[in-house]
Design a protein around this ligand. Structure first.
Ligand code: AMP
Ligand code: MN
Ligand code: MN
Ligand code: MN
Length: 288
């Protein structure tokens, strides 16, 4: 069970991935994934399709979501695993979290227009699979398509991060609410890719202590966003705070994602994997 090839963080075109849930499932199975979760941003509408595709492929599946949260002036992502996608309060909370995205996108397009890039709202929309979920990633794809940048990372660096023309500050869900929605839907809350946040040591300590106080239980240690130094660092964090450890590629698309589904290193042996507590919430064949 410890060495299960679990990939518990991935995206479809229900958020900012480019592939359908079925295609992501097929790539996971091809990559040798034995337990898979689709974790679209602020959205669970792809979950039933993900579940059916996984079960058809003989791959174990668990419900998932990645909730956008504002904490200490930064955006933090909280993954929910083992959630019931039909849970009504969870769906309402996610709908509220998604609600400001369209207006934010209009403001992002205004900022880009002032920097000389016209038509970004319509251009980004052409890349959107779910009209409820316009994300910075869709703008990044438009700017690459227009030849303004060579790749999406460059778009983020030059246009879409704090202080840049297309950046619009946004208020996401509160940490307490995100954890409550996930727990209320039967899930386990996990801090996603902690190595990506620009927190001071005090802020990071506050994030983990508050997260745990609200009932959060896990942290991503092995993710496509972490190098080997960060894996060691957040393995120590998992031990220090007695958190369950998670593993996931954060796959978005074959062109943009460095990490293929199922290709990550194993969790360090000293950690307790989050899947050991998912139990009945896992559907399909889990290897012994
Ligand atoms: P949003 O929720 O609209 O703010 O978009 C956040 C998404 O942008 C993340 O989930 C990533 O997929 C993507 N993203 C954030 N930073 C970068 C980056 N530096 N390079 C490429 N993609 C990024
Ligand atoms: Mn994303
Ligand atoms: Mn994320
Ligand atoms: Mn993600």
């Amino acid at each position: 069970m410890h060495l299960l090839n679990a990939d518990l963080h991935s995206h479809s075109n229900f958020s900012d991935g480019t592939l359908s849930p079925e295609t992501v499932a097929a790539r996971a199975a091809e990559g040798g994934v034995q337990l898979w979760a689709l974790t679209d941003h602020d959205e669970v509408s792809g979950q039933q399709r993900a579940r059916e595709a996984a079960l058809d492929l003989g791959m174990a599946w668990v419900g998932g979501v990645e909730v956008s949260v504002s904490f200490a002036g930064e955006t933090v992502h909280v993954v929910g695993l083992g959630i019931d996608p039909d849970n009504v309060p969870l769906r309402a909370g996610l709908a509220a979290t998604r609600a400001g995205r369209r207006e934010r996108a209009r403001q992002m397009a205004d900022g880009l227009a002032q920097a000389g890039i016209a038509g970004a709202f319509e251009g980004a929309l052409r890349h959107v699979g779910n009209p409820d979920l316009i994300s910075r990633t869709h703008f990044a794809r438009y700017l690459v398509e227009e030849g303004i940048c060579a790749h999406t990372h460059e778009v983020f660096r030059r246009y879409l991060t704090e202080g840049k023309p297309g950046y619009v500050p946004h208020q996401w869900a509160r940490l307490a609410d995100a954890v409550a929605w996930i727990r209320g839907a039967g899930g386990v809350a996990v801090i996603a890719h902690p190595g990506r946040y620009k927190f001071t040591a005090n802020e990071e300590y506050a994030l983990f202590t508050e997260f745990i106080a609200h009932g959060g239980r896990g942290v991503e240690v092995v993710t496509g966003s972490h190098g080997s130094a960060e894996q060691v660092r957040f393995a120590d964090t998992a031990v220090e705070f007695d958190l369950l450890a998670s593993r996931g590629s954060d796959f978005h698309s074959p062109e943009e994602s460095r990490t293929a589904l199922g290709s990550l290193p194993d969790l360090p042996g000293r950690l307790r994997p989050v899947w050991e507590v998912l139990g009945e919430r896992i559907e399909g064949p889990v290897p012994a």
